[in-house]
Write a protein that binds this ligand. Structure first.
Ligand code: GAR
Length: 209
């Protein structure tokens, strides 16, 4: 099973979904650690309660973003991580870090990328009046919420939705999507090659042109 570390900044509901899926030993990834940049992140307590080792690595303890990322990299190596899953990690990673983990690091974002990258995607989707919103799991590249798309789930925007109702509907779609995408990566069914997503033969999934 692929040794996977989850990076969080807050609630950790996607992290909890991955921990839950990986508690089944037939799942091809195991969650061996959780790293947070926020000491108060609720996800840290959730992980600890499930017996998962946690580390808090705070940006202000380091002279630069590069030093902070180097400390995270060292912690990942300490966990012997093979895969990194960003789950509500709300900090842009340095290009060097992203390149080092290229093809082995994935992220979930609550929009149908490449629409609505960045902060408050739900609010901006409501403002734009889109009728379909959703979530995306993608390989991490140096640009924010960019990188080859592994999987997406579409969710309807309904009359009367506000940000909270849309957030909740999308979050429900995020959890199984992330479990699926990590499974595919851990079993080698998806890879990043030349900056594009490649699926193994027989999956029949859509690749970058
Ligand atoms: C999730 O909706 C995730 O997609 C989003 O933050 C939330 C974290 O919730 N991530 C981003 O916006 C990344 N750009 P969680 O801590 O309960 O998983």
């Amino acid at each position: 099973r692929k040794r996977t570390v989850v990076l969080i900044s807050g609630r950790g509901s996607n992290m909890a979904a991955l921990i839950e899926a990986a508690s089944d030993t037939s799942y091809p990834a195991e969650i061996v650690g959780v790293i947070s940049d926020q000491p108060e992140a609720r996800g840290l307590r959730v992980a600890a309660a499930r017996g998962i080792p946690t580390r808090t690595i705070v940006r202000s303890d380091y002279a630069s973003k590069a030093h902070h990322d180097a400390a995270i990299d060292a912690a990942l190596n300490g966990f012997n991580a093979e895969i990194v899953a960003l789950a509500g990690y709300m900090r842009l990673l340095t290009a060097g870090f992203a390149e080092k983990w290229a093809g082995r690091m994935i992220n979930i974002h609550p929009s149908l990328l490449p629409s609505f990258k960045g902060l408050e995607p739900h609010r901006r989707a409501l403002e734009a009046g889109v009728k379909v919103h959703g979530c995306t799991v993608h390989f991490v590249t140096p640009e924010m919420d960019d990188g080859p798309i592994i999987a997406q789930a579409a969710v309807p925007v309904l009359a009367g939705d506000d940000e909270a109702s849309l957030v909740a509907r999308i979050l429900k779609a995020e959890h199984p999507l992330y479990v699926l995408a990590l499974k595919m990566l851990a079993e080698g069914k998806v890879a990043m090659e030349d900056g594009k997503v490649r699926f193994s033969a027989g999956t029949g999934l859509v690749e970058n042109a």
